[in-house]
Write a protein that binds this ligand. Structure first.
Ligand SMILES: [Zn+2]
Length: 398
């Protein structure tokens, strides 16, 4: 980008008002990750079409969900990606004091599932669309809206591939997760695995007649416990909270009765790596334990074994030297604090891995995300609107 954007804060109030109207529509779609997001995509697609913007759907395998990609402005120039996920976390089991899918304003706050995480950023990006005049733009804006972020950033890879396959080489990607408009240049990597140990049933008194999947699993689980401790003790990165790579076993299901050698033990674990920590190095003892277990099971029959499946793999966002996205976001955001790091994972690492300079910067607070009575401060929408008004100016600058 050339030149500083002219200040155009006059536009911001209109943008904020329009964003809140759009947000009300977006919140009304229950896009919990387990459900389809297509009704929301229909709405966004129609809204863009109304403003003369063609969008492209990139559907999942069974067609029940879709990413949406749209480019506004001169496609041959290097532009800016504004990206957000359309899915939200479940409300089931949470004590909401209001309807999570009806936007409600109360004392300067807008309540609803997804207000903070992260439909407000999408609403702000959409509110900017009428002010993006393709013929007058010097840089394109790419809108990239994904599905299934909350269950392991599953939708973004195809979305990013489509963007790259269309020949775009964006100068920067801004992922609008809630940061209260602060700039985040690092996040941890996410690695989710499921392990299934299959043994052979027998009466519990006849341990030599079968093999307990639970007892095999305990060996592997204890290694995971040791990995968690050693990561905590070594390999620190002070920018993160907590400042180490975390590993936790989220679920364990094994066996059917106390007096039966368990046929199956199934568990999942979640590893969050600081950017400089190589996942293969962290998990080397785990893989050795899996190999060891397989060796022990070799003579126990063909049905026995240890299967390991990767559920999700999201690369970390690494701090860039002189990053274009960070420089750009600093011109658009009013938050003067130096760029920081977050421990939650996001799609930013995926965009960066595809070769785009990337930061996270969006309205709302992660503290209010995923909770009952999730909300965003109206002031955050207003800050986001000022960000977008500067972005509009920047993309039209000579
Ligand atoms: Zn999010």
């Amino acid at each position: 980008m050339t030149g500083a954007p002219r200040s155009d804060d006059n536009l911001a109030p209109a943008l904020a008002a329009s964003a809140i109207e759009i947000l009300a529509r977006l919140i009304a779609f229950d896009t919990t990750s387990s459900a389809s997001n297509l009704a929301l995509i229909d709405y966004v697609e129609a809204y863009l079409a109304e403003h003369g913007v063609a969008a492209r759907r990139i559907a999942n395998a069974d067609g029940s969900k879709a990413n949406l990609l749209a480019t506004i402005g001169p496609a041959e120039a290097r532009g800016l990606v504004l990206s957000g996920h359309t899915d939200v976390v479940p409300v089931a089991g949470q004590p909401w004091s209001r309807d999570p899918f009806t936007l409600a304003e109360h004392e300067g706050r807008l309540y609803g599932r997804g207000t903070a995480d992260m439909k407000s950023f999408i609403a702000l990006a959409l509110a900017a669309v009428p002010y993006l005049t393709p013929r007058a733009m010097t840089r394109p804006v790419h809108l990239a809206f994904s599905y299934d972020e909350e269950i392991g950033c599953l939708g973004a890879p195809d979305l990013i591939d489509a963007l790259v396959a269309e020949g775009h080489r964006p100068v920067a990607a801004i992922i609008g997760e809630p940061t209260e408009m602060a700039i985040i240049n690092s996040h941890k990597g996410i690695h989710l695995y499921e392990v299934v140990v299959t043994g052979r049933e027998a009466h519990s008194s006849l341990v030599h007649e079968g093999v307990s999947a639970n007892m095999i699993a305990i060996g592997i689980l204890s290694v995971l416990g040791r990995i968690a401790e050693s990561e905590r003790a070594d390999h620190r990165d002070a920018r993160f909270d907590p400042p180490w790579s975390t590993l936790t076993v989220g679920t364990i299901h094994g066996g059917t009765a106390a007096n039966i050698l368990a046929r199956e033990c199934r568990f999942t674990f979640d590893l969050r790596t600081v950017p400089d920590r190589d996942v293969d190095a962290v998990l080397a003892p785990f893989w050795a334990a899996v190999e060891d277990a397989r060796t022990r099971l070799k003579d126990e029959g063909e049905e026995t074994g240890v299967a390991v499946q990767v559920i999700a793999e999201v690369p970390p966002l690494r701090r860039e030297e002189e990053g274009a996205a960070e420089r750009l976001a600093a011109m658009l955001s009013e938050v003067a604090a130096p760029a920081g790091a977050v421990s939650y994972g996001a799609e930013a690492g995926q965009f960066q891995t595809a070769g785009m300079s990337t930061v996270i910067c969006g309205p709302g607070s992660i503290v209010q995300a995923h909770r009952p009575d999730e909300y965003i401060e109206v002031a955050q929408i207003e800050a986001g609107a000022r960000f977008m008004s500067r972005l509009i100016a920047m993309t039209h600058a000579e």
